[in-house]
Design a protein around this ligand. Structure first.
Ligand code: COA
Ligand code: MG
Length: 301
């Protein structure tokens, strides 16, 4: 189908909320999460999936104003019957669907085709429902991360997980003795980051599972942003403010970026300039412009 969806607003924090929990849905709405992910997959017991679907749809309909908080739904893997039943939530016009356990971009294309039909049937704006794959959860996926570029105008981000791939590989742990992710999972994160940038969409970093370890979350979030991730998933309301802060520019970063941009503006024609003993060239200007754009976007939050 030929349509041009309006650009999606980038988000720093995506908070998972099990969609069968009234209490958590209520709580999620009160957080500063840029997006909630109403979960129909791993956080919901299979015996309650049908309840979760109904509650997710009701929640979407009751929260039509998405200007403060986007509403995403994580559906089941596309090769399951559950996923097809999950698509009932399209009637609530979610901002996007998170697609777990993908093998390649072909699944994004397939889901996108389903959405083309469902949006028309449900009277939802065409092209408005975005897609974000959890693109590292199957063994096949690590070999296809280069396939996302240009696969669908609905693609809004790429994210990764280290739990399901570990289970698929028969690993009893995904960590090294020092607590860092083992090589396979570091590779998954790195490939997710490059896949998202290759496709010009948001790279969203994986969860920090120890939700009582705020210092660890802060370190992990800051490192993620330094590596080029633009947002992160959360599993607990207490993680949201830490993630938002880590993925927003600091006052020093802002001041530095303003100086870099001004310096290049006042020296047109110069490709490389010195500032406080540091060499600046085009990549630095680009990074400074990115920081200023990010600050402008989240100025009011
Ligand atoms: N979204 C919204 N509210 C949440 C929440 C979440 N993800 N996680 C916890 N809360 C609420 C709790 O209901 C509790 O509310 P209350 O103060 O009204 O009682 C409050 O926040 C504090 O929660 P806490 O007691 O610290 O945690 P818990 O033991 O109730 O829950 C988890 C721990 C991990 C089960 C819970 O955080 C959770 O469900 N996380 C999401 C899991 C998920 O979706 N996983 C899939 C992606 S990997
Ligand atoms: Mg999972």
């Amino acid at each position: 189908m030929n349509f041009a969806p309006s650009p999606i607003r980038p988000a720093r924090s995506f908070l998972f909320v099990p969609a069968d929990s009234e209490k958590k849905l209520l709580k999620g709405a009160g957080t500063a999460a840029d997006a909630l992910i109403l979960d129909l997959e791993d956080a919901v017991a299979p015996s309650r999936t049908h309840i979760a679907r109904g509650m997710a749809l009701e929640y979407l309909r009751a929260h039509a104003d998405r200007s403060k908080q986007q509403l995403w739904v994580r559906i089941n893997p596309l090769d399951t019957q559950a996923a097809l039943l999950d698509l009932v939530v399209t009637a609530g016009a979610p901002d996007g669907l998170m697609l777990p356990k993908t093998r390649s971009a072909a699944e994004v294309v397939r889901l996108s085709n389903f959405l083309d039909a469902l949006e028309v049937r449900e009277g939802v704006a065409q092209g408005s429902i975005r897609i974000m794959p959890v693109a590292t959860e199957t063994p096949q996926s690590l070999f296809t991360l280069g396939s996302y570029e240009g696969c669908s105008a609905r693609l809004a981000g790429v994210t990764w997980g280290a739990e399901d791939i570990a289970a698929a590989l028969g690993a009893s742990t995904n960590r090294r003795p020092d607590g860092e992710y083992d090589t396979v999972y570091q590779l998954a994160g790195a490939l997710c980051l490059t896949a998202a940038h290759a496709a010009s969409v948001q790279p969203i970093d994986t969860i920090w599972t120890d939700f009582k370890d705020d210092a660890g979350l802060l370190r992990d979030s800051q490192r993620g942003r330094q590596r080029g991730f633009t947002g992160k998933m959360a599993i607990h309301p207490g993680q949201v403010d830490i993630i938002n802060a880590a993925f927003s520019p600091s006052a020093e970063e802002l001041a530095w970026s303003r100086r870099v941009v001004e310096l290049f503006e006042s020296n047109p024609g110069m490709g490389t300039i010195g500032l406080e003993g540091k060499m600046l060239d085009m990549p630095h200007l680009k990074q400074a412009q990115r920081v200023l754009a990010l600050a402008a976007r989240f100025a009011s939050s």
